[in-house]
Write a protein that binds this ligand. Structure first.
Ligand SMILES: [Zn+2]
Length: 252
């Protein structure tokens, strides 16, 4: 079910145990070869596939395109909410649905910079509603749910998400090839080792002058279809677990 197509009485008639998905993405530079709306378009396709498969069992809110992208602000076109504003924005999205009585909520994320804010926002909401034992508040990023697309398609060389990389470029070639430009001129950019396993704070220009990280030149639409299938299956698996949850246990 898509919230944007429903009336309020239709929403009011839903069981409050219906999982609600709040998709969150970004509008930020994706190198010389991909549009700034890449993250929102790719998550939108995962949501389109997942919502079609789930039919009436899960409620999907419209995708929030404004993300936490300040690390990309050196590249024109990027739009970003300040990190603390973004925390409040995410909290409001979740709390709106708690106000309407829904108990099972998922921030489904499609942008790396949103991972920490989504975890922090949901942490803070759980503390705020600490008297409740019937809430399931989750955040998850669609490419971190355990699927290993290179097993389904051995031609995939990358083993983790980069930026405007083999993965993202392949997915864009699958859904909107006309928006991938000049791919034959794009050079690979190494992931590097930023003091792993410590976490190093970064702005994008620390890592890449052109905007991408990874090797977009080996992207294909066929790889993109594999990626969408694996990532969508992961999301559907998580939604099934949310539906099956008994409404009170820690385990799920
Ligand atoms: Zn991206």
């Amino acid at each position: 079910m898509l919230l944007q197509e429903m009336t309020w009485p239709m929403v009011d008639a839903l069981p409050r145990t219906t999982p609600v998905v709040l998709p969150v993405a970004a509008l930020e530079q994706h190198g010389h070869h991909m549009p700034v709306f890449t993250d929102s378009m790719l998550l939108g396709e995962v949501v389109r596939r997942a919502s079609t498969a789930m039919e009436h069992r899960v409620l999907f809110a419209p995708l929030m395109w404004l993300g936490n992208s300040h690390h990309h602000m050196d590249f024109p076109g990027t739009m970003s909410a300040s990190p603390r504003v973004y925390l409040d924005l995410l909290a409001d999205l979740v709390e709106n649905m708690i106000t309407h009585g829904f108990q099972r909520l998922l921030l489904l994320n499609g942008h790396g910079g949103n991972i920490v804010p989504a975890q922090q926002a949901t942490f803070e909401i759980r503390q705020k509603y600490r008297q409740r034992s019937d809430l399931l508040i989750l955040s998850s990023t669609y490419w971190t749910l355990g699927g290993q697309p290179w097993e389904a398609n051995p031609s995939l060389q990358q083993r983790r998400m980069g930026h405007a990389c083999e993965f993202e470029t392949s997915m864009m070639l699958r859904i909107a090839p006309q928006l991938v430009r000049g791919l034959n001129k794009v050079q690979p950019m190494e992931f590097g080792n930023p003091f792993d396993p410590a976490h190093r704070a970064w702005i994008t220009k620390d890592r890449t002058s052109v905007g991408h990280i990874g090797d977009p030149g080996i992207a294909t639409a066929e790889k993109g279809e594999t990626l969408f299938q694996v990532f969508t299956a992961d999301v559907l698996g998580l939604l099934e677990r949310m539906i099956q949850w008994d409404g009170k246990s820690w385990d799920g």
